[in-house]
Design a protein around this ligand. Structure first.
Ligand SMILES: [Zn+2]
Length: 413
């Protein structure tokens, strides 16, 4: 019986794959007047050829064979699909206008179906904003959302998820949890090494716990991204052999240098997460650590955040990812930290865009598939009105989105 079911499942998958390939068959040529390739180059008047969901050519505009599908993006700026390495798609405001708490503490009567519909809406908003890949750190519902987007045509970004994060336990327990997450389909492991910014950000896992979790993940072939705010929790994360530091609001130059030296990626937030909480205060207020003290801590973090990014940018060899920590209220506004990083932290626009494309792709170990417009890459291609090189707020005006060769948005000229 089990064998029968498996045969059926495999057959269904093969049939579906054939249908998808047929839908993408043929060649599409995209005409551009201004293209930013995600790896640091800007080009003028090039055509992008897409075959079966992949980019096969990026080169000077030329004659197009009769019958070829053409998309005209001239007059816009064309970029690779953007990537947000820290987005919580399952976080949403319920229909009473309050933050929906999931897990064991539901504060409303929302059913799992209502919650996953809310997550699907967040995924759609994220894709429409030009983000064709996100990393979620993470929730158990992510797996279904990820798989429905990949195989069932649900519109949304590619999702990589940690499933539920690790927050404690003995070293042996943590090692076992890492293996359990892998078996459940996690793409990476998310670990909390410190308290929330609203609770002061002090280290919460010991050096031994961190070393156990990160070394087991490495042995299992999984990346580790670690929530760490205090300087000591960031140091412990780096020294434990973990791959990426999230947040790090209280880092000093010493931790930034250490990250650069140990090839650990830094994922700081610039403003969206803080402003989103403050702007939506009434929707969060009174739930958990969303209280007067918590909101005051987030307000104090705003100038620190821009200062951290300035320091990080000046740190030789440090890889800086782009992750917004998008929560309820922020989905579809994932580009806001690009504006903050350029306008408030002084980052050159090309550098910021590379962070949200090729640098992020490398942090996800997907540099050969996404994060650039080049032959051999997945056709994740977006366009925006205006030029982000001269006005970074253009990222708010995404008007074309292609993911894997499929057009999800095309507002025209
Ligand atoms: Zn987060």
């Amino acid at each position: 019986m089990i064998i029968m079911r498996r045969v059926f499942a495999v057959t269904a998958l093969v049939v579906f794959a054939a249908v998808t390939a047929a839908a993408q068959d043929g060649t599409t040529v995209i005409h551009t007047s201004k293209l930013i390739d995600g790896k640091g180059a800007a080009m003028s008047n090039v055509d992008i050829t897409v075959v079966n969901g992949q980019i096969t050519r990026v080169g000077p505009a030329g004659a197009v064979a009769k019958g070829t599908r053409e998309i005209d993006l001239r007059g816009k700026t064309v970029l690779p699909g953007l990537i947000d390495v820290h987005s919580h798609l399952t976080w949403y405001f319920n229909r009473q206008g309050r933050y929906h708490q999931g897990g064991r503490n539901p504060n409303d009567n929302d059913t799992p179906i209502e919650s996953i519909l809310a997550a699907a809406a967040n995924a759609y908003a994220t894709l429409m904003a030009g983000f064709t890949t996100v990393q979620s750190p993470g929730s158990p519902e992510d797996a279904d959302l990820r798989d429905w987007i990949t195989t069932q045509g649900l519109p949304g970004p590619r999702i990589l998820t940690s499933l539920s994060p690790l927050q404690g336990g003995s070293p042996d327990t943590l090692r076992a949890l890492v293996r359990r997450r892998k078996a459940a389909g996690a793409d990476l492991i998310k670990i909390f090494a410190s308290a929330s910014i609203r609770d002061g950000g002090k280290q919460t896992l010991t050096d031994e716990q961190l070393a156990a979790a990160c070394s087991e993940a490495t042995a299992q072939g999984l990346r580790t991204i670690v929530h760490a705010h205090s300087a000591e929790s960031v140091r412990a994360t780096v020294n434990a052999g973990c791959n990426q530091v999230e947040h790090g609001i209280f880092v000093t130059q010493a931790e930034l240098d250490l990250m650069a030296q140990k090839n650990v990626v830094f994922d700081p937030q610039c403003s969206l997460v803080f402003h989103n909480y403050l702007d939506n205060r009434a929707k969060y207020d009174g739930i958990g650590n969303y209280n007067a003290e918590g909101f005051a801590a987030m307000e104090r973090a705003i100038p620190l955040a821009a200062q951290d990014i300035r320091m990080a940018l000046a740190t030789k060899g440090l890889k800086i990812a782009y992750g917004t920590d998008a929560v309820a209220g922020a989905h579809g506004r994932n580009g806001e930290d690009l504006i903050c990083r350029v306008n408030d932290a002084g980052e050159p626009p090309m550098h910021a865009i590379m962070s949200a494309t090729s640098v992020n792709a490398a942090s996800l170990r997907l540099a050969d598939k996404i994060g650039a417009i080049a032959p051999g890459m997945e056709a994740d291609i977006i366009a925006m009105d205006g030029d982000p090189m001269t006005d970074i707020t253009a990222v708010r005006r995404v008007s074309f989105v292609m993911k894997g060769g499929k057009v999800f948005r095309n507002d025209g000229k």
